[in-house]
Design a protein around this ligand. Structure first.
Ligand code: CO
Length: 134
């Protein structure tokens, strides 16, 4: 079912500092910050040869990343995103196997303009899993 690792998302307190760390210390290709108010984040993309890292800073007062940082003050890995060829088929199969889809259970448009679903971390080894339509 799952295909490529699309991205690993890391919650950060200070996006400018995290960008500098990836650009200057790790020597990576780092994008300009992009505010995504509908997702409550500002994102920077770190483009690696085989995948992306997304640095997420809270935006606004009701940000899921803000709540994550309250529990993880140093930041940390927030979720990992796998590509699937067909999100509807993937969801049906997962729900049949007892996995819980977060929110309404319906796909919504994610940070890259493609449909995504999030799966409950308790069902996946303590890791929040995002599935994105390839
Ligand atoms: Co993501």
């Amino acid at each position: 079912m799952i295909g490529r690792l699309n991205h690993v998302a890391i919650a950060v307190r200070d996006l400018a500092a995290a960008s500098a760390l990836y650009r200057d210390t790790l020597g990576a290709d780092v994008s300009a910050p992009e505010p995504l108010p509908e997702h409550g984040v500002t994102v920077v993309f770190v483009n690696l040869p085989n995948t992306k890292i997304e640095l997420l800073e809270p935006l606004g007062t009701d940000s899921p990343i803000g709540r994550f940082l309250e529990r993880n003050p140093d930041g940390g890995i927030h979720h990992i995103c796998y590509e699937v060829p067909d999100l509807v088929t993937a969801r049906e199969s997962l729900v049949r196997d007892g996995a819980r889809v977060l929110g309404s259970g319906e796909a919504r448009i994610g940070a890259h303009g493609k449909p995504v679903l999030f799966l409950h971390p308790k069902d996946f080894n303590g890791t929040l899993v995002e599935l994105e339509q390839a």
